[in-house]
Design a protein around this ligand. Sequence first.
Ligand code: NDP
Ligand code: 8X3
Length: 265
Amino acid sequence: MPSRLKDKWVLITGASSGFGAAASRAFGAEGAKVLLGARRLDRLEQVTLEARQAGAAEAHFHVLDVSQTASVETFVAWAKVQISRAPTADAGLHVLINNAGGAQGLDSVLAGKDEDWEVMMQSNVLGVLRMTRAAVPLMPHHLGATILNIGSLAGRVAYEGGAAYCAAKAGELQITRCLRLELNGTGIRVSSIDPGLARTEFATVRFKGDEARVNKLYEGTQPLVAEDIAEILVWVASRPPHVNIDEMLIKPVDQAAIHKVFRRQ
Ligand code: NDP
Ligand code: 8X3
């Protein structure tokens, strides 16, 4: 049976690394048409090539900063032009993946920095709102179109130093739930995909390039890899159109809980 995602338009934010890059290749391998956004254009160009090599029917990229409303609107206007180039009966944006985001620092609330808090709220919370507001008008009704928001284990549990990031990802989860209510009747599906410990560039960004700290985080344990999440995103987006996977929590087997991570000696 051909993939339900073949020739479907899939928009991925934060496609320049980690989950977003792996998802670009995975949706590409399904024969989808991928529209990729992030701030680092050199990385996006490379991922676009990889998506084409994987089998994407089309793959294009454009600069995107989800923390800026003007950038989001320009990006979505560009996406609309791509989608309108070859109108078909089921044209429109089939999958929106709100993935751009991440953490900045691991400071306690008392030591927290305004600039770190602002970056986390801008990308993980306001970025999802802005992208969704701009892109949903491109999504057809009653054809299995899907919004996949990338949340986190951090949105469901608390840990020391995580206040702003945990709040941001709890915000993402609540946005997803509100949106599902607001879009009820349109046939547009909304999911929160919430990973635990995963080895991407996430920790390098959080620890601002301190690789010793990054290595310590993953020492002796087997984290998720980006492809694990990409495979799940493809699976969720290719359920029959009447099926909505509301929320999914995915952790490595070694991570029984946020504070209980098995480490080999
Ligand atoms: P990466 O750091 O590898 O990827 C983050 C991506 O987000 C990059 O492509 C980056 O691109 C993009 N991004 C960040 N800020 C912006 C912005 N303002 N505008 C546009 N793009 C932006 O980490 P992950 O792949 O791990 O992270 C992806 C998502 O998964 C994030 O939302 C993260 O919070 C979440 N997550 C990560 C987990 C993990 O342990 N790795 C676990 C649970 C959730 P660029 O810098 O080029 O703009
Ligand atoms: C990333 C997972 O546990 O590092 O969202 O906050 S965690």
